[in-house]
Write a protein that binds this ligand. Structure first.
Ligand SMILES: Nc1ncnc2c1ncn2[C@@H]1O[C@H](COP(=O)(O)OP(=O)(O)OP(=O)(O)O)[C@@H](O)[C@H]1O
Ligand SMILES: [Mg+2]
Length: 184
């Protein structure tokens, strides 16, 4: 298993989608001067009660009945904590969930960012029916994108349509190229 930050991002968005979210907001804040990278995923899915919230941070809990263990959240928590960062999860039943992981970029255990462009593209295409708001911030500037706005531009076509995928790919590549800073 390749454990880069995009792998975690993908898992968090997948969790939000599985929780029935209609809106998912993803923020990556890459602060070179402060040596911190922060990843936040917030959704309006079904949420979790307090007991579940404690349990999901335990590697042996999952609500997927075909799996014995859920690893996404415990792994991200352990990774964040092992690189002088922190991990927070808050949730309200019927309202949604917010997860935030912060990591010290220069720490030897800090995973690389991974392929953010491809990850974002696959999330937009894979979760076509969900409104995903994505923001990446660095000292170079900000790149933001909302699937709702893109949908308004492409009309009835699905994001999986080859032409739309090509458009999305170009848009993401160009937007991120301006602001992306690679991990130390
Ligand atoms: N955003 C969320 N909203 C509601 N429930 C969530 C959310 N994220 C996680 N959960 C709950 O926490 C459980 C554990 O999540 P985790 O990502 O650790 O494992 P998993 O998704 O079950 O399996 P894996 O990620 O290993 O495929 C999920 O099965 C789900 O019940
Ligand atoms: Mg998961």
């Amino acid at each position: 298993m390749v454990e880069d930050l995009c792998f975690h991002l993908h898992d968090l968005v997948q969790n939000s989608a599985a929780a029935g979210a209609n809106n998912i907001s993803v923020t990556i804040s890459d602060q070179t001067a402060k040596d911190i990278i922060t990843m936040t995923v917030e959704d309006d899915g079904k949420g979790m009660d307090r007991r579940t919230l404690v349990k999901v941070q335990d590697p042996f809990f999952t609500s997927k009945n075909f799996k014995k263990v859920g690893l996404g959240i415990p792994l991200l928590k352990a990774t964040a904590q092992s690189c002088r960062g922190d991990f927070r999860i808050s949730s309200r039943v019927g309202h949604g969930t917010k997860v935030r992981a912060r990591l010290q970029k220069s720490h030897v255990d800090c995973p690389p960012l991974g392929d953010l462009r491809e990850t974002l593209l696959s999330l937009l295409v894979g979760f076509d029916m969900i409104n995903i708001r994505f923001t990446y911030q660095s000292e170079k500037g900000e790149f933001a994108l909302a699937s709702e706005e893109i949908r308004g531009q492409v009309g009835d076509l699905h994001f999986s349509h080859p032409e739309i995928q090509r458009f999305l790919k170009g848009y993401i590549h160009e937007g991120l190229a301006r602001v992306l800073v690679t991990l130390a």
